[in-house]
Design a protein around this ligand. Structure first.
Ligand code: 6R9
Length: 648
């Protein structure tokens, strides 16, 4: 058992929300939560239907709340709606029109604030640009950009005209972009010359150029000038953002769209090599992100809220843009690294904007711990009133550090469990209600009905480890994997005959009904809170001439949560270190920097069963440096294990 899991199992501390927080909270008592949760379970139609009427602005009301069972539930049929209208237009008739929607800080230090009105204006203008470029309702648009305001503008403009955006994280390679362009059949790519990261320019446009050699569906490219770096512009294909915006009309109404109109595709790693295009639609997603952020972050109108994620991941979609803006909140957006120009940057930003709510990932917290207490201690963090965590289980030690050093022991911590597929937070404390236990994401939000089941789908007793499933549909769940509905059913629903949504995580529920996530049960790695599939990395490795066969496993890593260990059978003689670097570079080129292997171990053979299956459990033990006490009787060649250990 790993140290992290061991320490979670021993955890029995409880942290009750401060009375003052509870007194001002939107959901402020256990009874109120119980009532909401019970209604969501017993009568989801009423629960979600009432919220959809109260909380969303409809061009045309819906006829039904939900139609059909999982996996193909349709929500709010007959309704007409627009996500950009929810985030922008609805605030313009209120006092919020001149409130800051986005406060942006670039890594080099420049800042830009866009009020709701200003953001609306920019979004309308870029929506007009999309019209001019021939982007139509239903078209797919790829966005590959740094964390700059134009990224938010581009995504909301797509939503405004009914184009489905597919945002690709800036750390992905040209091949990864072309795969996604082709899968989605994107018509347009929006990018920038580059972005800033740790003082260096990360080139984006040149990567897009390379990807377009293999993306035949893409007709045009829009380029934001960010770094001023040297780039090539292809006539009649590439256009500067600022040229297009110069004369664009700010008069562009939001197109009324069906509730189930596809809002975005976001690619994520699954257990096979091919990334999955998770598709979210409009009304259900907007309701889910609006309500979950309101309940979990307990927004107040005067709050400044900062989610440190990149918009290239689902957390940035749901909790930098759609959720907060639908609630009329001020959302901070930061372009760069947490340790540039020094390790105090995040705390400097908190102090500068008097951030009240701060949402980050355990991998970042572990890095802060390593960098030392002196960094947060240098800054005034007294504005903070609530902290959040997302992306992977937070170990109790990191939780305590976050609580003491950042939260000054006064801020509740919301450990939010959810996935790209769930669209929004599913299991999380309510900060004014739920006593926190470090390491547990606690209880399901209203409208969410999870269970822990065994392989046969039988619900387990308290404290028994099993598989996490959802037993009821929810409005913000994924609708399909783009272009592959069969894979959607197969991946998430076939395990339990269509009855449950299978999350892919192992978990247990304790005697108080608290959920404790134990990590993925499939071949998905969680590296610094980012999902990567072992198969994806294996295919990248074997695509290199020097590699005959490869097996990739995760192992516990102090900072990243999981590190990437690659066992490689080379072609020919066992090569030297230089080849390791070649292979590392190759993987980075194939997938992107986020997939950089931590270890490459050459081996003459891999441990296999007699039927030829790689025994990953054994490799995992070896990568983790653990003694192996598993059954190796099915291992074809017993001497391999010894050899592998020696290689390490
Ligand atoms: C939002 C996001 C999803 C996977 C998920 C799980 C892990 C996320 C967690 C957590 C424990 C938490 N995960 N939040 N594990 N506690 N609070 O991260 O989406 O990138 O799709 O990853 O991340 O394993 O299945 P995504």
């Amino acid at each position: 058992m790993s140290d992290a899991i061991e320490s979670i199992l021993q955890e029995d501390r409880k942290f009750v929300p401060p009375a003052e927080f509870t007194a001002n909270a939107l959901i402020s008592s256990e009874e109120q939560y119980q009532q909401m949760w019970q209604l969501g379970k017993d009568d989801p139609e009423k629960f979600w239907g009432d919220l959809a009427k109260e909380e969303l602005e409809w061009f045309q009301p819906f006829d039904s709340v939900m139609e059909g069972d999982m996996p193909d539930t349709k929500w709010f049929q007959g309704g007409k709606i627009n996500a950009s209208y929810q985030c922008l237009d609805q605030h313009l008739t209120t006092w919020r029109k001149n409130k800051a929607a986005l406060i942006w800080e670039g890594e080099p230090g420049e800042t830009r604030t866009l009020t709701y009105q200003e953001l609306h204006r920019e979004v309308c203008k870029f929506a007009s640009v999309l019209d001019q470029l021939g982007v139509e309702k239903g078209d797919r648009v790829t966005i590959y950009m740094p964390m700059i305001p134009e990224l938010a503008i581009a995504m909301l403009a797509c939503a405004r005209v009914g184009a489905t955006h597919s945002i690709i994280f800036g750390g992905f390679s040209a091949d990864a972009i072309s795969d996604r362009n082709n899968d989605a059949q994107s018509k347009l790519v929006i990018t920038a010359d580059g972005g800033w990261r740790r003082g260096k320019e990360i080139a984006l446009k040149s990567t897009v150029d390379e990807s377009l050699e293999k993306s035949s569906s893409v007709e045009k490219v829009v380029v934001v000038r960010r770094t001023g770096g040297d780039i090539e512009m292809v006539p009649d294909r590439d256009y500067w953002w600022h040229d297009l915006m110069e004369n664009a009309s700010a008069d562009r109404e939001a197109t009324p769209l069906d509730s189930e109109h596809p809002l975005f595709i976001l690619y994520t790693s699954g257990s096979t090599g091919k990334p999955k295009g998770v598709l979210h639609t409009t009304a259900g997603y907007m309701l889910g992100t609006k309500m979950s952020s309101k309940w979990v972050f307990d927004y107040k109108d005067e709050d400044t809220y900062w989610c440190t994620a990149d918009i290239g991941w689902v957390t940035g979609h749901s909790y930098i843009i759609y959720g907060p803006l639908a609630n009329g909140v001020t959302s901070v957006m930061y372009e760069g690294a947490p340790n540039w120009p020094d390790e105090g940057r995040f705390w400097e930003v908190v102090e500068k904007y008097r951030v009240n709510i701060f949402y980050t990932a355990p991998t970042a917290i572990r890095a802060f711990i390593k960098w030392g207490d002196q960094w947060p201690q240098k800054y005034d963090l007294s504005s903070l009133r609530l902290l959040g965590s997302v992306g992977e289980p937070i170990n109790p030690e990191a939780w305590m550090w976050y609580h003491k050093l950042i939260g000054g022991e006064r801020c509740p911590i919301v450990d939010t469990w959810w996935q790209t597929e769930t669209g929004g937070i599913m299991i999380s404390p309510l900060p004014g209600v739920t006593p926190a236990k470090p390491g547990s994401c606690t209880k399901p939000l209203p409208g969410v009905v999870p269970a822990i089941v065994n392989e046969e789908g039988k619900e387990l007793e308290a404290n028994q480890g099993g598989l996490l499933v959802m037993t009821q549909p929810w409005p913000h769940m994924l609708r399909t994997l783009y272009g592959d509905h069969e894979r959607f059913i197969e991946t998430y629903f076939s395990k339990f005959d269509g009855k449950y949504y299978f999350a892919g995580d192992g978990a247990r529920k304790d005697e108080d009904g608290y959920y404790w996530i134990m990590g993925r049960v499939d071949d998905v790695l969680n590296v610094s809170g980012h999902r990567l599939s072992t198969m994806e990395i294996e295919s990248a490795l074997v695509s290199h001439d020097l590699v005959a066969e490869a097996a990739v496993v995760g192992y516990p890593h102090d900072l990243k949560g999981e590190g990437i260990c690659c066992f490689v059978i080379p072609k020919g003689d066992i090569p030297i270190d230089e080849v390791k670097n070649t292979l590392i570079k190759h993987v980075r080129h194939q997938i992107g920097a986020i997939a950089t292997p931590d270890q490459i171990r050459f081996t003459p053979a891999l441990p296999k069963t007699r039927s030829g299956k790689i025994m990953r459990r054994l490799l995992k033990d070896i990568a983790a440096g653990r003694e192996n006490n598993q059954d190796t009787s099915t291992l074809e060649d017993q001497s391999i294990l010894e050899k592998l250990r020696q290689e390490g």
